[in-house]
Design a protein around this ligand. Structure first.
Ligand code: SAH
Length: 218
């Protein structure tokens, strides 16, 4: 993979326009918009997609996976309600762009990826300051990270066939999970809130399109 790791005034301008697009589409969290405005998305993709780095679209990364659409990243992050010090488990590191958005917001990020190639690549790429807030794991996200649980927040960035029970168990009381669950051709974005008495509440949002959440490692 070839990365362009210089952030030019042109890139900054393109990011500002992307932020305007996200606002028009309904993203209201100023914190989330700031993160998108700050983080050079073109660092996370191959240079062949350079011209499209700030279009509001998903793009191909290694191992036949994708970096999520910026609107999707913003929407999921907004639902997560991240504060400084929030401990988050992300399933599906991919390009590590979503993990970077969370880390930029001050979260303590634990991110897990089942594709070895992506995991290795992300471990090497850590020159941005907020990278120190991210811990990378190679494994199957269906199992979560029981040794590091509980988490205040859990975010799934692949299409889940169902809500994994093991992940619900790794949420703190009052914790939030944001997960796209399959409904045929697309996925319904769900926000699950764990009450302090151990019961759950579910809020339903729009449909999105993710690559599948698969079990096992590659
Ligand atoms: N958050 C990523 C989006 C990547 S696409 C980003 O910002 O770029 C979804 C990722 O989930 C893919 O890299 C895929 O390999 C990974 N994935 C799918 N099933 C998984 C599982 N069970 N455990 C961990 N990662 C998984």
């Amino acid at each position: 993979m070839r990365r362009r790791e210089i952030d030019t005034p042109l890139d900054k301008g393109r990011r500002k326009r992307l932020v305007d697009v996200l606002k028009e589409k309904g993203i209201t969290s100023q914190q989330v918009l700031n993160a998108i405005n700050h983080i050079p998305r073109h660092f996370y993709i191959d240079t062949v997609f350079d011209a499209k780095a700030y279009d509001d679209i998903a793009l191909q990364i290694e191992a036949n996976q994708t970096i999520s659409q910026p609107y999707t990243v913003a929407f999921q992050t907004q639902l997560l309600d991240v504060k400084s010090g929030t401990k988050i488990l992300e399933v599906g590191t991919g390009s590590a762009y979503q993990a970077s958005v969370l880390a930029y917001l001050g979260a303590e990020v634990y991110t897990i990826e089942r594709q070895k190639k992506l995991f290795e690549q992300n471990k090497l790429f850590k020159h941005l300051s907020y990278y120190s807030n991210i811990k990378y794991f190679y494994g199957d996200g269906f199992e979560g990270l029981p040794n590091y649980a509980p988490f205040d927040r859990i975010i799934i960035t692949a299409a889940a066939p169902y809500i994994p029970h093991s992940l619900l168990q790794q949420l703190t009381p009052s914790g939030i999970m944001v997960i796209p669950v399959d409904e045929g051709d697309a996925q319904r974005m769900l926000k699950i809130i764990k009450n302090s008495d151990g019961t759950y509440e579910e809020e339903k949002y729009d449909m999105f399109s993710f690559v599948p959440m698969l079990s096992g490692k590659q």
